[in-house]
Design a protein around this ligand. Sequence first.
Ligand code: FAD
Length: 470
Amino acid sequence: MAGILSAITLEEAGLTDYTVYEKADRLGGTWRENTYPGLSCDVPSHLYCYSFDLNPEWSRLYSPGDEIESYFERVAAEHGVVSHVRFGDEVVRCVFDEGRWHLTTAGGVHDDVDVVIAATGVLHHPKYPDIEGLDSFGGAVFHSARWDHDVALEGRRVGIVGTGSTAMQIVSAIVDRTAALSLFQRTAQWVMPAVNPAYTEEEKAAFRTDRHLMEGLRDSVAQLFDHFSDGIVDARSPEMAMIERFCLDNLENSVTDPELRERLRPDYRAACKRLVVSTNFYEAIQRPGAELVTEAIVRVERDGVFTADGRLHELDVLVLATGFQVDAFVRPVSVVGRDGVDLDAVWVDRPEAYLSISVPDFPNFFMLNGPNGPVGNFSLVEVAELQIGYIMQLVERLRRGDGREISATHAALARFEAARVAAAANTIWATGCRSWYLDDRGIPAAWPWPFRQFRAQMAEPEWEAYELRS
Ligand SMILES: Cc1cc2nc3c(=O)[nH]c(=O)nc-3n(C[C@H](O)[C@H](O)[C@H](O)COP(=O)(O)OP(=O)(O)OC[C@H]3O[C@@H](n4cnc5c(N)ncnc54)[C@H](O)[C@@H]3O)c2cc1C
């Protein structure tokens, strides 16, 4: 998504001497790697797409993953950027020396470039749980982002570890295909109710002929998400109270068995962890073959999962829906900036970047969806579009010859981080839950202000935050 976006933006700016490095053999990123049953985006499709390539063909309000992948592939092809992609080779090292970046790939290619845009993804490196005996499992075991489609689910006993959005989507999609389904829950989740209607042929035809219809729809969804962001960045806001009410009503009204309802009831506030948006998770977990397991996992054995109550849950398939290493960003690429400064050393405590885009001493190196940006139930496409617009303004200064090296100053990053950490204390993420939004200090690693403030900041750089060197 972000790499294709960068390529299209560079083309449009007339900067045609660029290469997109893609270690896989196809485009699609997240939507290529995640192929699990039920995969969909939980941002409505008319917002989860590029503003310059609205898509009248979306099948549903929330379209499935393979449709999203096809969309990105089509857009890349139609904008003629695929020939610029070097597939099947991983960038392993970027070193800044004498005003240029020197890139090395795993395949031994060396390239010298003026500017690096790191569009390496956010939820990209799967995180595996540290469970004793995982290797001893006699059935099939795989991470949700590495789904093994050779493994049949029909009539089999399937266990799912994790209760994030992915796990919930999988449960809803497969519960009726399995002989038995066990969902191993460490933490209960708030579930935002949703409907997912298909677009009719008439609606699609109208979208095709009248772009304003799609724009209007996109704007209204964006406004809803703005209200949502107003809520999560202010835990005491009326918007937050409304979100909590929706989730609570959903739990109360959808789960009939009081004992199950209590086990599904989180002990923290809604949206403290990333909200699960689902049309039918509660219905699925109440199906006859489904079981919610809330006893802690002690170990995995050859025949299944052994829990703290002394029970062995016999399984044929074990799915690890345990998320991603969210603080990797461009790593494990070795990035060495000015005067030999190593990004691994700079980020030894935690990753930081001015406005999530630029790191001091790493000139002409810009990140899309970098550290501490807007995350959580937003359209990261919208985020990346705003960021690339901002980055292009930095690049324009180089292009105009105002300097050869541009990066945020240390003072700007320190000021930004101080303000960000202070504001983060007011967000819903800081209200006492364990989540992947929190850094090693327990501080939300995210943009803690309303989304419209992000839009405003991305509109034009504050130039005093940057150092230009010739
Ligand atoms: C299951 C799931 C559901 C999601 N749902 C939503 C949602 O509802 N809304 C939302 O906004 N976001 C969602 N996301 C987040 C999603 O990752 C982003 O929306 C978006 O796809 C990120 O695009 P990207 O291009 O930044 O990164 P990616 O899609 O991760 O692409 C990064 C690409 O860079 C390549 N790459 C990485 N490192 C290197 C290297 N060193 N050399 C060469 N190539 C490299 C990778 O192979 C990959 O193709 C979801 C993610 C997952 C996993």
